[in-house]
Design a protein around this ligand. Structure first.
Ligand code: IMP
Ligand code: MG
Length: 178
């Protein structure tokens, strides 16, 4: 598995620092309020597990699995919800937790979906962001760090469901995915 990695991008220690930074921002912004954390499966489960244990605000969890498609025929794309949350989010503060934001389509559509269900606020926490790849203009309130346009794996991030269990984030060798 480690032979497939070209370069270590973030060590476990560096990831921990990003997680703590995001958590303290959330703790500050939601002081005294309740939060519904919507964990976007599968990639963000490891990030979310670490993040929520650093939260001091009152937090409830739910899970969602979705993919976006249709960018060839429509400008906004279409969301395919494979697994939906059970929580009634009407009037609630929702925090969407994602591993990485790339084009922004998935989170843009999920944010709209949460807003249409009557959420009081919808904010996004993403460990990583690839700003050069963005096709929709979307505000991401909490970002661990920006990265360049390279394919990364580990700490929940996968390539064909592999590498999720690595405790660091690495850049995959191009020959692995080409
Ligand atoms: P978006 O809708 O284009 O923003 O897609 C975001 C999704 O693409 C993430 O949830 C990941 O599943 C996947 N993704 C994007 N870049 C990477 C990467 O570098 N490694 C692993 N997954 C990625
Ligand atoms: Mg994914």
């Amino acid at each position: 598995m480690h032979n497939d990695i070209k370069e270590i991008l973030f060590t476990k220690q560096e990831i921990d620092m990003m997680v703590h930074k995001i958590a303290s921002q959330i703790n500050e912004d939601f002081k005294g309020e309740e939060l519904i954390a919507v964990i976007i499966l599968k990639g963000s489960m490891i990030f979310a597990a670490d993040l929520i244990r650093c939260l001091t605000v009152n937090v409830k969890l739910d899970f969602m699995q979705a993919s976006s498609y249709g960018s060839g025929t429509t400008s906004s794309g279409v969301i395919n919800i494979k697994k939906d949350i059970d929580t009634d989010i009407k009037g609630k503060n929702v925090l969407l937790i994602e591993d990485i934001i790339d084009s922004g389509n998935t989170l843009n559509l999920l944010k709209q979906e949460m807003q249409s269900r009557g959420a009081k606020t919808v904010k996004i926490a993403s460990l990583l962001s690839k700003p050069d790849r963005r096709v929709v203009d979307i505000e991401v309130e909490y970002i661990g760090t920006d990265i360049l346009d390279e394919f990364v794996v580990g700490y929940g991030l996968d390539m064909d469901e592999k590498y999720r269990q690595m405790d660091y984030i690495g850049i995959l060798k191009p020959e692995i995915y080409m």
